[in-house]
Design a protein around this ligand. Structure first.
Ligand SMILES: [Zn+2]
Length: 324
C-alpha cells in the first residue's frame, strides 16, 4: 500500500541532492495541494480542508509559499511536522472522515485518543480534543459514582484500556496535555501494576518504551502501600476484630466467617482492593452483620476515594475538576 519515493528538491537547491526515501501515507489524495510530512511519511491533503478544522494549520499555510525553496512533491509544497506519522495519520483521517471517530464511537484505542488529544491541543482542533477528553474522563472520572458506573463498560470507551501500556499512556497524557483530573483514578490502577513494570516501562508495538516520569513511578509504588493500609482501616474495617457486632444473630458463625474472609484477603500476600465494591454473594453473615459490614465498607471506600488525590500528591478533587 505504501509507496516509496524520493523528494525532489527545487532547482534553486545548490546541493542537488535527494532527501532520504519517503513513504506515501494514508490519506494521499491525488487532488491535494499540500504535503504534510511526519518522519519519513508524507500525506497529500488539501489546505482548505485542514484550515477549516485548525487555526494553526490555517496560519501555517498562509506562510507556506509554493514558490519558495521548500521541497516540492508533485507540485505541492512539503510541510515538515514534528509529530509522529501514526498520530498525524489518525488526526488527518478524522478531519476528513467524521465516521472515523463518530460512527465507531465504541471502538477507539488509546493510541487514537492520544493522537486526538496531543495534536488536537497543538493544532487547536477542538472537536478531536473534546472527543479524547470525554473518553479519558469517563474512564478515569473524578467521582466514585461515575467510576462505579463506567467500570464495566470501560473497554467500550477505550478499547485497550485494560493493558498496562494504556494506563501509563493515560497518566502521561494527563501530565502533558493539562488534564490532571484523570491522574488519581489512572494512578490508582497503576498502583496495582507490578513494581518492575512501573520501573522499566512497557514496550509499545512500534518498539518504543512507554514509561511514566520518575515522580509518577514513585507515587504509584508508594501509593500502593498507603492504599493497602487504608484498605485495612477503612474499606475492610468490618473485618477488624475490635469492631462491635452486638446485634449479631449468630455470633460464633459470623466471627468464623470474618476470620475466613480476613485470611483469604490478607494471606499469603494482600489482595489490592481498596475500592472493591461491596458484594455479599459469597459471604455468609447474619442479616445484622451483613448490613453493618456493607455500611462500613461503603463509607470506607468513599473515604479512600476522597483522599485519593492527596495520596498521589495531587490537588484536591475540586481543584482538579476545575482544570478539566
Ligand atoms: Zn452476625
Amino acid at each position: 500500500m505504501a509507496e516509496h519515493r524520493r523528494t525532489k528538491r527545487s532547482r534553486t537547491d545548490d546541493s542537488d541532492a535527494e532527501t532520504p526515501v519517503s513513504t506515501r501515507g494514508d490519506p494521499w489524495l491525488d487532488d491535494g495541494n499540500v504535503i504534510l510530512q511526519a518522519g519519513s511519511t508524507q500525506f497529500r491533503v488539501h489546505r482548505s480542508v485542514l484550515s477549516a478544522s485548525s487555526p494553526i494549520f490555517k496560519d501555517m499555510f498562509v506562510v507556506c509559499d509554493p514558490s519558495d525553496d521548500a521541497a516540492m512533491v508533485d507540485g505541492c509544497p512539503v510541510v515538515h511536522l514534528s509529530d509522529t506519522a501514526n498520530e498525524l495519520h489518525h488526526v488527518v483521517k478524522a478531519i476528513y472522515d467524521r465516521s472515523y471517530h463518530f460512527s465507531d464511537r465504541d471502538l477507539l484505542p488509546i493510541s487514537v485518543i492520544a493522537a486526538f488529544l496531543r495534536l488536537g491541543d497543538k493544532y487547536g482542533i477542538d472537536q478531536l480534543r473534546s472527543e479524547a477528553v470525554s473518553r479519558l474522563t469517563s474512564v478515569f472520572p473524578t467521582t466514585l459514582e461515575e467510576s462505579d458506573r463506567n467500570w464495566e463498560r470501560r473497554s467500550s470507551i477505550i478499547t485497550d484500556i485494560q493493558y498496562t501500556r494504556s494506563l501509563f499512556i493515560a497518566v502521561n497524557l494527563g501530565r502533558e496535555c493539562s488534564l490532571p483530573s484523570v491522574l488519581p483514578a489512572a494512578m490508582l490502577i497503576c498502583s496495582n501494576v507490578q513494581a518492575k513494570d512501573i520501573l522499566r516501562g512497557v514496550l509499545l508495538n512500534d518498539g518504543t518504551r512507554c514509561i511514566m516520569s520518575p515522580a509518577d513511578q514513585e507515587a504509584c509504588i508508594t501509593g500502593r502501600l498507603i492504599l493497602l493500609e487504608r484498605q485495612g482501616t477503612k474499606t475492610l474495617k468490618w473485618l477488624d476484630p475490635k469492631e462491635s457486632y452486638a446485634g449479631c444473630h449468630q455470633p460464633q458463625a459470623c466471627d468464623r466467617e470474618r476470620q475466613r474472609v480476613f485470611q483469604a484477603i490478607w494471606y499469603p500476600l494482600p489482595k489490592f482492593m481498596p475500592l472493591a465494591r461491596w458484594d455479599d454473594k459469597k459471604l455468609s453473615f447474619c442479616k445484622f452483620c451483613s448490613k453493618k459490614s456493607s455500611e462500613l465498607h461503603n463509607a470506607g471506600r468513599q473515604g479512600i476515594w476522597d483522599e485519593l488525590p492527596s495520596i498521589y500528591g495531587l490537588p484536591e478533587w475540586e481543584e482538579l475538576r476545575k482544570q478539566q
